[in-house]
Design a protein. Structure first.
Lengths: 314, 286
């Protein structure tokens, strides 16, 4: 039932895309790219119980890899794009494999602080390693790839991102339903018991961390081509914070919740910002109210309504 | 690179470390007592600087600005703890996320009230001179920063070790449930510590405003540095915050002087190294 709803929503999104104006189309694409990284954070936060506050690092790795290959070496602007996608995923996973060695043995708020600091290591490199990253100015992309299909057309690019989003959602859905995904939930609920049952809980968490990094890398490749410029601002703490809040807003442990949160945040930030000056108050207030009154996020609303109406009957 | 170069770099590093101690000691105290990572801490630092500027603009007194800004932000912290964090109960993750929401609100409020310019807090003339010691120029302001941090560090240490409220705080850190059991009002202790943390951060913001400046975005720039300090020193440990501040201050200065391309990396890399060897930080407990 829920799968049908999600598939219908994705098809509907694809169907209306040709008819919305170009600005909305860009925002939709942005929301989908951020939705991918939000889902990767949900794998950690919602399923494994690890609040990552450094996910922008993997987005940065993917984005800078794409930008360096494209602008310095002119690579990845034709069929090579698909190789860049694979490389971006691998680079995200490799970075997470390194960072995970430090982060995964911590839990709770300790994990949060360590991932935050690791993320800032990445930002520091992007910001100061001028010869490689262009420093504060960032790197301009020479344009989107074209391989028979010209991705410079925003609609084509939207469909590409929609495809990657659907594939990521499907892959993560299969993952969290697998025995491995179940073990992650077990670790979230009671790690000690899982360890007593003979699970190598460190390894399970580590693998989840690396997988999340891989999706972060993918989002980075798509982000670079979407915005056309990669700068330290993409890797900075606030990006990681935003992504974590998208998941909390949408509802942790639901996958699509993160994507919905991404959509809400992107539209609040970009669209509202064009209308009113005080949009950031709205965003901040939405966060605060969600955390105070909606622990399950937006996805938790139907459940709350159901519980309330059933408690009225009794 | 002669001896003078090294001495000056060490002096600069230590004085920067002194500023970091003001910022990080509050963060580590709050964490120790409440298990909350306060992500609004950078905002307290920034708001402290802005409030001090307003006081200076109206009264012209830097000396007055120091306590007024710190107390004003302590009140903000107090209100935040009472009205929003306390009702959440013991749920560190939700509390942490709530402090992020506030960090965004404070950022926007600061932008609306004080604008987007890069402002500088001019210290009083008495502190702008330089002392010449053995051929080295030592700015008095930096000496003042070190003295202030040492004084505050000593005061905090004495308060924690020698006073009744300090004993209550230590009891709450060790075992909050037992502390409540023997009649300590841990809720009051939390409120007090949160306000104290905000007070220290704001004080740091005023002092740091003289050479970091006061500008939008400063809040999220200093926050991760404070984190590095607290992680290196050991979360919840006051002595750890002192050691961590010194290490990070020195690492930052030498990193910028010796390997400019890797400057920020050389700031966070020691932290990662220490974590790899001792996950609880240098002086943190298991």
């Amino acid at each position: 039932m829920k799968i049908v709803l999600v598939v219908a929503a994705l098809i509907a999104l694809g169907a209306i895309a040709p008819f919305v104006n170009s600005y909305i189309l860009i925002l939709l694409t942005q929301a989908l790219v951020l939705g991918i990284i939000a889902m990767s954070v949900d794998l950690l936060l919602g399923y494994t119980g690890l609040p990552s506050l450094g996910q922008a690092a993997y987005l940065g790795v993917g984005a800078y890899l794409t930008a360096i290959l494209a602008s310095t070496h002119g690579f990845g602007l034709e069929w090579g794009f698909w190789l860049v996608v694979v490389l971006g995923i691998l680079a995200g996973a490799a970075t997470a494999a390194l960072f995970g060695l430090f982060a995964v043995r911590a839990s709770g708020v300790y994990f949060l602080m360590i991932t935050l600091a690791l993320g800032m290591c990445m930002w520091g490199l992007a910001y100061r390693w001028n010869s490689l990253t262009g420093g504060d100015n960032g790197m301009n992309m020479p344009g989107r790839p074209s391989f028979g299909i010209d991705l410079a057309d925003d609609l084509n690019y939207f469909y590409l991102v929609l495809g990657f989003f659907a594939a990521s959602l499907a892959a993560l859905y299969v993952l969290v339903r697998s025995p491995f995904g179940r073990s992650l939930v077990g670790i979230r609920e009671r790690e000690l018991r899982m360890r007593i049952l003979g699970y190598n809980t460190w390894l399970h968490k580590y693998i989840a961390f690396v997988i999340a990094g891989a999706f972060g890398g993918l989002a980075g490749v798509l982000w670079a081509h979407l915005t056309g410029i990669v700068s330290p601002g993409d890797v900075i703490l606030t990006t990681s914070v935003d992504v974590l809040l998208m998941v909390v807003l949408g509802g942790p442990g639901t996958l699509v919740g993160g994507a919905i949160g991404a959509g809400v945040v992107v539209f609040l930030r970009e669209y509202l910002a064009t209308i009113v000056q005080w949009w950031q108050y709205v965003l901040g207030a939405v966060y605060v109210l969600t955390i105070l009154y909606l622990p399950g996020g937006l996805m938790g609303i139907p459940e709350r309504v159901r519980r309330r109406s059933s408690s009225k009957i009794h | 690179m002669d001896a003078n170069f090294w001495l000056i770099q060490i002096f600069n590093g230590v004085s920067y470390g002194a500023l970091l101690f003001l910022l990080a000691s509050g963060l580590t105290l709050i964490f120790g007592v409440m298990r909350i990572v306060n992500l609004s801490h950078g905002a307290y630092f920034l708001l402290g600087g802005y409030v001090a500027l307003s006081v200076i603009w109206t009264t012209g007194s830097w000396l007055l600005a120091l306590p007024v800004a710190a107390l004003a932000i302590a009140l903000v912290g107090l209100a935040m703890e009472r009205v929003f964090l306390r009702p959440l109960g013991f749920d560190p993750l939700r509390q942490v996320l709530l402090t992020v929401g506030f960090a965004f609100l404070f950022q926007q409020a600061a932008l609306d009230i004080w604008g987007g310019d890069n402002l500088i807090i001019d210290p009083p003339a008495a502190l702008t001179a330089s002392w010449v010691v053995g051929g080295l120029y030592l700015p008095v302001y930096r000496v003042f920063m070190i003295a202030l941090a040492v004084a505050i560090g000593l005061a905090l240490w004495l308060a924690m070790e020698r006073t009744r409220i300090g004993a209550m705080v230590r009891a709450a850190v060790d075992d909050a449930e037992m502390a409540r059991g023997v009649g300590i009002d841990t809720s009051k202790v939390s409120m007090f510590i949160f306000a104290l943390g905000a007070f220290l951060a704001a004080l740091g913001g005023v002092v740091g405003g003289a050479f970091l400046g006061v500008y939008p975005g400063l809040d999220f720039e200093v926050l991760p540095i404070a984190f590095a300090v607290v992680i290196i020193g050991g979360m919840g440990s006051l002595a750890g915050a002192a050691v961590g501040s010194l290490l990070v201050g020195l690492a930052d200065n030498f990193g910028k002087a010796l390997f400019p391309e890797l400057a920020y990396f050389s700031l966070y890399a020691p932290m990662v190294l220490i974590l790899a060897i001792k996950p609880t930080g240098l002086l943190g407990r298991e």
